[in-house]
Design a protein around this ligand. Structure first.
Ligand SMILES: Nc1ncnc2c1ncn2[C@@H]1O[C@H](COP(=O)(O)OP(=O)(O)OP(=O)(O)O)[C@@H](O)[C@H]1O
Length: 264
């Protein structure tokens, strides 16, 4: 095994994603290739309907791929059962948790399910993982509140705490900054960056915050018009891949600042 392979936790090759209907298949995006190493922060971006959520669901095995290969820690995704995969990948989805009546502590504790016994009793190791997750997300003071009492920003941090309690090397998030104000968006992005740098997590998230993602991520996957580009933000800017994402007569991209501008 080369050192390149040792640190790669997810590899995707020539992946086509989409939906199977009765008679045929509808391809949403094709020829997607990417690789994510330990400690990398990766954003999936693209206009509405480009396939960001479809890709995340496909990478999680929640919906079948059309073709191509997905490897998690050098093994085909299909070779994992759901219990084993839950020890590799945790997920933060956009929907509010169904379990809003739970306390924050109870909700975060659910992250330990892949490790606890059949009655869900928490061992010392589980309690330590939960305490660390609350501390990393600065949610300790919320732990006895009910989830329904939280603001959207707090709820998002608590959902990340649950994923951290799951203690997986890889975390997926689907549009984690939806409903957040600019400060909470920036806070969340910095938290994700910190988790990659200090906890060596590999984090892959979909987002519409392309400007912020350009500033903070290691790599970005652009999905657009059924095609994809995977590179560092700098290389994507140099290759002019952001400039054509939105109708040019309305939105331009300033390559010097890495920001989109609305045309007058
Ligand atoms: N269950 C489904 N069956 C068939 N087509 C679907 C299904 N779910 C989504 N699609 C289609 O797949 C395409 C990609 O949708 P997806 O939600 O993955 O895009 P997205 O990039 O996450 O969009 P957004 O930014 O709006 O959240 C869309 O054209 C959508 O209509």
């Amino acid at each position: 095994m080369t050192s390149e392979e040792r640190h790669t936790v997810i590899r995707v090759e020539e992946l086509s994603i989409g939906y199977f209907t009765k008679k045929n298949e509808s391809i949403i995006s094709q020829a997607i290739s990417l690789s994510a190493k330990q400690g990398e922060l990766i954003a999936i971006v693209g206009p509405n309907g480009a396939g960001k959520s479809t890709l995340l669901r496909t990478l999680l095995g929640m919906q079948p791929k059309i073709s191509g290969r997905i490897e998690v820690k050098q093994l085909a995704l299909e070779s994992y059962n759901s219990h084993d995969l839950a020890q590799q990948i945790s997920v933060v989805l956009t929907e509010a948790p169904a379990s809003k009546n739970l306390s924050v502590l109870e909700f975060v504790s659910l992250g330990r399910q892949p490790y606890t016994n059949w009655i869900g009793a928490l061992a010392q190791k589980d309690k330590e993982a939960i305490a660390k997750a609350l501390q990393l997300t600065e949610t300790e003071t919320l732990s006895h509140k009910n989830c329904f009492e939280l603001s959207d920003g707090q709820l998002q941090r608590v959902a990340i705490a649950r994923a951290l309690a799951q203690d997986t090397p890889i975390i997926f998030l689907d549009e984690p900054t939806t409903h957040l104000d600019l400060y909470h968006k920036a806070y969340l992005f910095k938290l994700l960056k910190k988790l990659c740098k200090e906890e060596n997590k590999t984090i892959i998230f979909s987002t519409h915050e392309i400007d912020l993602a350009i500033q903070l991520t290691d790599k970005m996957l652009i999905l657009h018009n059924k095609k994809s580009h995977f590179e560092s933000p700098c290389n994507l800017i140099e290759a002019k891949k952001f400039a054509s994402l939105f109708p040019e007569e309305i939105i331009g991209f300033d390559a010097k600042t890495g920001r989109f501008v609305i045309k007058e």
